[in-house]
Design a binder for this molecule. Structure first.
Ligand code: DON
Length: 304
């Protein structure tokens, strides 16, 4: 399979598309992004690495980071995560409050904001230094150590984070947040502020295409079964109320973020990251979705 040739072809095609969508301006810092940025990078289990466009530039990974916090919780928490967070697609926006009332504060899945906050709460209860430990965990996933939170982006989101504050307090009222909601929110905003490039992200996520094992140093990060479950969750819940469409048009396990990044996994084959900051009405990268749809159409490889 010549992934590189197909990436070149699809990149040129999608680059010339009308630039639709909007920046995630509800986070003030993200409104300053250059809307024309466009990068892609693939890392394969057979050690091929290839990128095009702005693939070396760091961007705010936002909700993509929720996969990493889930992986760390999976690895370190000896209780049952799934008693506190469900594994069902929500069919609602990533920041919706409505289902929490009827679901008694149990978020539908770990990728909507509510679910990611419960995972943050679990990590705070189980780790000595959650912020540092999470960073160390992420660093262990690839050979590149150049990873950090962005204090600027976290502060920017916090300054307008009324809905997330409401979500966290609402869940607390049902007893499904154990720690101080302010501490959980600070950790959540830091998590979402992580900045990485397409190249670095695709390398780092390769363990989920490799049955839970990091290819660069053969460390078993998650068991094979855990890695399969994280991929299943990405496939069913990674794009919120556009998850069905992503499965239908792209057919990979994936996760988006409002910084315009998308990570997608084809187990036993590759991890691919696309970044283009303008978002469609569901909060997923407009060009990123188009790129992946065209990519899997031409490669004829998918989960199905
Ligand atoms: O909490 C928020 O709204 C953002 N920090 C993350 C949202 C996000 O990335 C949704 N993904 N498409």
């Amino acid at each position: 399979m010549n992934h590189q040739k197909i990436i070149q072809e699809v990149f040129s095609k999608v680059n010339t598309l009308e630039s639709k969508g909007n920046l995630a301006s509800y986070i003030p810092e993200l409104a300053n992004l250059n809307p024309d940025k466009f990068g892609v990078h693939i890392s394969t289990t057979s050690s091929i690495k290839y990128g095009l466009g702005d693939y070396k530039e760091k961007f705010s990974i936002q909700s993509i980071a929720k996969v990493l916090s889930l992986c760390l919780a999976f690895k370190t928490f000896d209780g049952n995560i799934w008693e506190r967070v469900d594994v069902e697609p929500s069919g609602t926006a990533f920041n919706s409050l409505v289902q929490l009332e009827s679901d008694n504060g149990i978020p539908r899945n770990p990728f909507i904001n509510a679910g990611a906050m419960v995972i943050c709460d679990i990590l705070i209860s189980n780790l000595k230094n959650p912020k540092e430990d999470l960073l160390a965990f992420i660093k262990s996933l690839s050979a590149n150590n150049d990873i950090n939170y962005s204090a600027k982006i976290a502060a920017s989101e916090k300054s307008v984070g009324y809905r997330n504050v409401a979500l966290c307090n609402f869940i607390k009222s049902f007893g499904n947040i154990k720690n101080d909601p302010n501490e959980v929110l600070d950790f959540y905003f830091d998590l979402c502020s992580l900045e990485l490039s397409c190249e670095h992200l695709s390398d780092l996520f390769l363990f989920l295409a490799n049955n839970g094992k990091t290819p660069h140093n053969n460390k078993q990060i998650l068991t094979k079964a855990q890695s399969q479950r994280v991929n299943a969750l990405m496939q069913t819940c990674g794009f919120y109320d556009e998850s069905g469409e992503f499965a239908f048009k792209v057919g990979l396990a994936g996760k988006s973020g409002v910084g315009g990044g998308i990570i997608a996994i084809l187990p036993n084959e590759y991890s691919i990251v696309v970044w283009s900051p303008k978002l469609n009405e569901k909060g997923n990268s407009y060009k990123g979705m188009k790129f992946l749809e065209n990519f899997t159409t031409l490669t004829e490889q998918s989960l199905f």
